[in-house]
Design a protein around this ligand. Sequence first.
Ligand code: NDP
Ligand code: ZN
Length: 352
Amino acid sequence: MKGYAMLKIGESGWIEKENPVCGPADAIVKPLAVSICTSDVHTLWEGAIGERHNMILGHEGCGEIVEVGELVKDFKPGDRVLIPAITPDWNSLEAQAGYSMHSGGMLAGWKFSNFKDGVFSELIHVNDADGNLALMPADMSPVDACMLSDMVTTGFHGVELADVQFGDSVLVIGIGPVGLMSVAGANLRGASRIIAVGTRPKCVEAARGYGATDFVSYKDGPIADQVLAMTNGEGVDRVIVAGGGCDTFQDAVKALKAGGKIGNVNYLGDGEFVTIPRVEWGVGMGHKDIRGGLTPGGRLRMEKLATLISSGRLDVSPLASHVFHGWEHIEEALFMMRDKPADLIKPVVVID
Ligand code: NDP
Ligand code: ZN
């Protein structure tokens, strides 16, 4: 089979590989559509997970099953399925402890384009098919389905980590596709005010559609100063971090009320330490919770989130700003995700 791979840090291209082997509990899936993630950019160009040679990229997609192992009960060839970015080993101790995304070690529930070949491939191997795949609702488009793999679950996980409650004021730092889903999730959870941080016009427009009430540009000065000025110096109840760097993280602490909670889903890629501002963290006594997490994956998560789309409670269609048709566009889409043109939210490649 062919796949679009990371050849080494900074270099990518098409390669030929042996077809994946279907274990007894596994499935082999032919993709219907795949989407590019900012994490692919971090992996390929920034070496975020270290060096990898000839590893097929991608972890967002949906497809049609072509083969299942003899132990698979709930899926069969021909089924159209949602594929989560995170495909845990459900019998691991970490999964039993409630942290399936860390099954087998920290972040190790993330297998595609990390510990094994990813989804930019003619054939995708999915471990524990009954635990990780979900049937794609009949009325769902492959483009929308791709947004469930990672964007919806990650953006919503930021909301879960920040524990957004009815009436909360919420700051969402970063409104790329992940942050946009955090805005949508905070809105669904009943936030009263949602302050969104970002500049790309298309993202700002989408954030407004998803329920953002106020906007801040990180280019206009420190985020925390702007948020404090907008809130009579009080700050916000919750912060979700879905963009920026380690310094931005300090703004999250500064903009938060005592007793508030931060949910980070952003990749913190620089330096050795993340600094917590001492005074604004209440000199260690401010009850400002800081939580950060890799997104949950697996079947139940996909099934539940899919119902939000099917029921019309969540419209993910604004995320797919650039839809390509055919594998020949995968490189263009990947480079686009790296370069982030002003009109980009998310590139998707449909495999017709
Ligand atoms: P994007 O790059 O599309 O969006 C980033 C957002 O952050 C944009 O709105 C951007 O603004 C904003 N931003 C950039 N610089 C700053 C700054 N200095 N201060 C504040 N905001 C800033 O990213 P994605 O939405 O695709 O992904 C967001 C993050 O989530 C990535 O780090 C990604 O790796 C991570 N991720 C984490 C996962 C998890 O499981 N936890 C899963 C998937 C992704 P502008 O409008 O100006 O571009
Ligand atoms: Zn992703």
